[in-house]
Design a protein around this ligand. Structure first.
Ligand code: NAP
Length: 493
């Protein structure tokens, strides 16, 4: 079986920050793949824009190197690469001054084709770019704006940013990207829930014991100290990626897959999250910061040693027991956790079903393990349903847990696409289903802000954990206190 690629209409993609890390590692390789699969018509243009003086030829060379570095050798074809590079252009533009805007306007011309402006630049200049695009008359009915996280630092700043970009672009033209939503597994979660009659009747507190969402990294700070130390794990990961995943697990069936139908349901989940404040923050959250330890087999320094001044109470780990206060989820905890320098790089959603009400099997059958649906987003995307079966063979009735592999990747002659590939073209298609609406982003901050304030008010400090472990022991206690365990402990890996 193969997937079919339907070309999108010709477009102009202006990538502000076209020479940056995100463009190099993600955007250029993603656009190359789509072009190589014939989804991008040759008259489309991809225009890099940044302050550096650079010719279009030099930008094409930069893109060629990006493809060599970030596209697998067997997916690089020289004819396709030349075809793709031919679409690339470069303009030197400074978001913070007049420089280069007339050139950009001249290059774009009067065409009424779809025009997307991707802001792969620091968030401090998002508003300025939107304003200059407006002032230069570059925004038409078919223009779109794509913004990356972080969308604000708190509710007030997110509100302010949304207000500013909203002066120039309508909400239906703004694409707030959360690349987790572009992952195959995340879309598969929607397919599993809403394209099958099997799961939805049991997708509630009567049958689900709890949900776990883990986004674990083995990396430390890398070169992001400035940003990360101001942000911390809760702003960097929970406010966006983890809450988006929680919404897709917990939302009611939308009336359709249309953007607003889905986003309306996600918003209701965010609004139903039980508030965490000074009265319960110590019971519902754990903050952690890694100390020296090991990662990927090598000794690594602690967080403080990676900082210039060696002082910080920023959390590099957070675990939260969240609750969705509605009929479907009453009494079902959603255990969320994310951290740097953890034991394994893995992002996954675990739906833990309740045990059978009564076992007919004797002790010789072994332990009955309750069913569990595992949706893995990283490092390899996979979906597996853990079920109990009879151990094959002539012996007695012994039971064993096996995974029904529901990934089916091997059944389709298709490469697993990067999330950006889908999202970048959804922008051109004008499909906002996998993008965050303004009220969603703000509702997420409305839940997160009081947690951060409560940490401050109550003086809840970070607990140290050794790099290369699963975080502070308090995070294990958070779950064990309820008689449960984190997935990897049970799995034993
Ligand atoms: P980066 O490597 O520092 O690149 C920044 C880019 O912006 C460069 O091309 C830079 O080129 C350009 N730029 C800076 N100031 C400019 C100005 N005044 N006018 C025009 N261009 C300007 O940053 P990045 O890692 O790619 O991140 C870009 C954005 O994506 C940030 O908001 C980041 O939070 C977000 N993001 C990044 C990643 C990632 O994996 N890297 C992931 C998620 C989100 P010049 O210096 O030549 O102008």
């Amino acid at each position: 079986m193969t997937s079919q690629f339907i070309p999108v209409e010709p477009f102009d993609y202006v990538v502000f920050g076209g020479t940056g890390d995100l463009a190099e590692r993600k955007l250029i390789p993603a656009l190359y793949h789509r072009a190589a699969d014939g989804q991008v018509l040759p008259s489309s243009r991809i225009i890099g824009a940044a302050r550096a003086e650079m010719s279009t030829e030099a930008f094409r060379e930069f893109a060629r190197q990006a493809i060599v570095a970030h596209v697998k050798p067997d997916e690089r074809r020289s004819d396709k690469i030349e075809f793709f590079l031919g679409m690339l252009h470069y303009v030197s533009v400074d978001a913070a001054s007049e420089r280069g805007w007339a050139e950009l306007k001249a290059l774009l011309g009067e065409d009424d084709r779809v025009r997307a402006f991707y802001l792969a630049v620091g968030p401090t200049i998002f508003a300025e770019i939107a304003a200059r695009l407006g002032a230069c008359g570059l925004i038409g009915a078919d223009s779109r704006l794509v913004v990356e996280k972080p969308i604000g630092h708190d509710l007030a700043s997110a509100h302010e940013l949304n207000l500013t970009i909203g002066r120039y672009f309508g909400e239906n033209q703004i694409f707030r990207i959360d690349h987790y939503l572009g992952k195959e597994t995340v879309q598969n979660l929607m397919a599993l829930r809403f394209a099958n009659a099997l799961y939805e009747p049991i997708w509630n507190s009567a049958h689900i014991d709890h949900v776990q969402i883990t986004v674990a990294e083995t990396l430390g700070l890398e070169a992001r100290a400035g940003y990360y130390d101001r942000s911390g794990a809760i702003r960097d990961m929970v406010q966006n990626h983890i809450l988006q995943l929680l919404c897709l697990v917990a939302m009611e069936p939308p009336a359709s897959i249309a953007a607003d139908a889905v986003r309306d349901e996600k918003l209701k989940v965010l609004r139903a999250l039980k508030p965490i404040d000074a009265s319960n923050v110590a019971d519902m959250t754990v903050r952690g910061q890694y100390g020296a330890g090991a990662a990927d087999g090598a000794a690594v320094p602690g967080y403080l040693e990676e900082l210039a001044d060696g002082k910080s109470d920023t959390e590099t780990f957070v675990a939260i027991k969240a609750e969705v206060e509605n009929w479907r989820w009453a009494g079902v905890p959603f255990y969320l956790r994310t951290g740097k320098r953890l034991a394994q790089r893995v992002s996954e959603i675990i739906i833990q079903f309740k045990p059978v009400p009564h076992s007919i099997f004797g002790p010789e059958a072994g332990r009955l393990i309750a069913n569990r649906l595992v949706l893995r987003l990283q490092p390899d995307e996979a979906v597996g349903q853990m079920i109990m079966i009879k151990d094959p063979g002539p012996g007695g009735m012994r039971l064993r847990q096996v995974a029904l592999d529901m990934s089916f990747a091997d059944s389709f002659a298709v490469r697993a696409p990067d999330a950006y590939e889908r999202l970048l073209l959804d922008v051109i298609r004008g499909n906002q289903t996998l993008f965050m609406r303004r009220d969603e982003v703000e509702a997420a901050w409305r839940w997160i802000d009081p947690i951060i304030s409560a940490w401050r008010e109550t003086g809840l400090k970070c607990r140290k954990y050794t790099a290369g472990t699963w975080g502070p022991s308090a995070a294990i206690a958070l779950v064990e206190r309820d008689g449960r365990t984190w997935h990897e402990e049970e799995a034993g890996d």
